[in-house]
Design a protein around this ligand. Sequence first.
Ligand code: THU
Length: 137
Amino acid sequence: MNENAASAHAPLISEAREAATRAYSPYSRFPVGAALLTDTGEIVRGCNVENISYGLTNCAERSALFSAISQGKAPRSFKAMAIYAPNVELISPCGACRQVLLELMAPDCVVICQGSDPRATRHWTLEQLLPGAFNSF
Ligand code: THU
């Protein structure tokens, strides 16, 4: 993706940065924020929410998607998601989130990942994130 396309997503990345400040991550000390862009231009944020029973933790990506669906936004209407994590050079979504992204994001969406080094920012398609996926859409 060229520089113009990358800068077009700068506001969404800012939203993901803001979302990361809301993270509840006392166990990992690894805050993550996500920001979703809907087809009507709305933005829905999510952050990771951890639990003393570690497996109950919800990642930022799923928090944003579940929040958007809970607000009545249509599945597969989300054009872009920005993900930001300050404590790693470049964040990459976990396998579980990739499967959920595949189900709920628009098929032609872009997933923008940024960590502490903005020069390392990456843009992914769903096919790149989960090639040959189990999928019925
Ligand atoms: N985490 C996310 O929220 N998103 C990712 O893409 C990777 C990991 C969270 C889960 C856990 O709260 C913490 O980061 C450390 O794994």
